[in-house]
Ligand binder design. Structure first.
Ligand SMILES: *Cc1c(COP(=O)(O)O)cnc(C)c1O
Length: 402
């Protein structure tokens, strides 16, 4: 397998994102296949015992075991790094494997983490339950409030952790301001960029140290596989993350890497079209219900900031129907096209009730603190004709008296 010619970094770095997402990180075997080769192998053989020894000593290039390296996974890692403008990337088995590894690989007992309180439910479990169990103290704050980051910081603060837009409140955090503040204090910023992806938002260019992904969402984009990725400097990936990743094994399977490679080919197209569809659907909903929280709408309190740091607002947003759980569940049950599903980033439109599903485990108090109320529904707008999605929503709203 050889890197495709014309793929020197000084050339590929200049490509526009749509080109990078299709062409980046391409290696070809002697057959010259156009579609990336899928290497379903756990091990690699050596011509002689001395070669095996040399590879384990790091004195010879080549792969040794698929927990550590795999050609298909490597293609995905190079492509994601290129898209992110990062020096290096390591793929993981899921988004949560990425978040857990990105945090645990650099933390130890006695360290302190400041995190935005509006996080994906399992990420809140990491900050509230897992890290404290190992003697790592965490403080959760309203990440929109820049001063709150400074106030929560201590001499032993090692990491700032946040996502923007936040799942499911759609809070926007000023990436540049928070990452600058981290850098001034020698703190590592870790940004969960699952919602926007590098196609819409580039945290590294805004000063982030580590960018972590659930590639299950927009990158696969068709609801097929779980995957994740961590992007950072070569020093972070090689010296801090790799020892943790190689020895604990949250490795991405080659098959799933191949599926995400195929997904990335259409990422730019899908995310822009889904953002357009989402805006149209959000505008319709805004005319009908209590509140719509979509950063692409002028009514979103951080619309300006969102449009400064994102190219488009993405396919996901939340709506508030007024009333309680009964009405929210009633609306879901009256849908015909849109699936009741807690996944996002799919080309199919999906809707969920966060307080009884994705954010159930967070507990009522924490939910209400971030604004996840019983009348809230989250929608992922897909690639169907938006007028059919609007008709479906219209019918479901009528069914619950709205
Ligand atoms: C889905 C999601 C995750 C977790 O990713 P998985 O691939 O489901 O493990 C983490 N962060 C955010 C913001 C997500 O939306």
């Amino acid at each position: 397998m050889k890197k495709k010619s014309g793929q020197d970094k000084n050339i590929t770095d200049k490509w526009r994102p749509a080109t990078q997402a299709i062409r980046g990180g391409t290696y070809r075997t002697e057959f010259g296949e156009t579609s990336e080769a899928l290497f379903l192998t756990s091990g690699y053989s050596y011509d002689c015992a001395e070669d095996a020894a040399a590879r384990f000593m790091g004195e010879q290039d080549g792969m040794t075991y698929s927990r550590l390296q795999n050609p298909t996974v490597q293609m995905l890692e190079e492509r994601i790094a290129l898209l992110d403008g990062a020096e290096a990337c390591r793929a993981t088995a899921s988004g949560m494997a990425a978040m857990t590894a990105a945090l645990l690989c650099q933390l130890q007992a006695g360290d302190h983490v400041v995190a935005s309180r509006a996080l994906f439910g399992s990420c809140r479990w990491l900050t509230d339950t897992l890290l404290p169990k190992f003697g790592i103290e965490t403080t959760v704050i309203d990440g929109r409030d820049i001063d709150a980051w400074a106030q929560a910081s201590k001499p032993n603060t090692k990491v700032y952790f946040f996502e923007t837009p936040a799942n499911p409140t759609m809070d926007i955090i000023d990436v540049r301001a928070v990452c600058d503040m981290a850098r001034e204090r020698g703190i590592t910023s870790v940004v969960d960029n699952a919602f926007a992806t590098a196609a819409l938002q580039k945290p590294i260019a805004m000063g982030a140290d580590v960018v972590a992904y659930s590639a299950t969402k927009m990158m696969d984009g068709q609801g097929r596989v779980l995957a994740g990725a961590i992007c950072a400097s070569e020093a972070f990936i090689n010296d801090i993350l790799l020892p943790f990743h190689r020895n604990t094994g949250p490795t991405l399977s080659a098959f799933n890497a191949w599926v995400v490679l195929k997904g990335l080919e259409t990422l730019d197209l899908r995310i822009k079209k889904q953002s357009e569809n989402a805006l149209q659907v959000a505008q319709f909903l805004e005319s009908r219900i209590e509140r719509v929280s979509y950063p692409g709408l002028e009514s979103h309190p951080q619309h300006q900031l969102a449009m400064q740091q994102m190219e488009a607002a993405g396919p996901i947003f939340s709506i508030y129907l007024g009333g309680g759980r009964e009405r929210a569940h009633g609306m879901l049950n009256a849908l015909n096209i849109i699936d009741i599903c807690n996944n996002i980033g799919d080309s199919k439109s999906l809707m969920t009730h966060p307080s009884s599903t994705t954010h159930y485990g967070m507990g009522e108090e924490a939910r209400l603190e971030v604004g996840i109320t019983e009348d809230m529904l989250r929608i992922n707008v897909g690639l169907e004709d938006p007028l059919d999605i609007i008709d479906d929503l219209d019918g479901a709203l009528r069914a619950v008296g709205l």
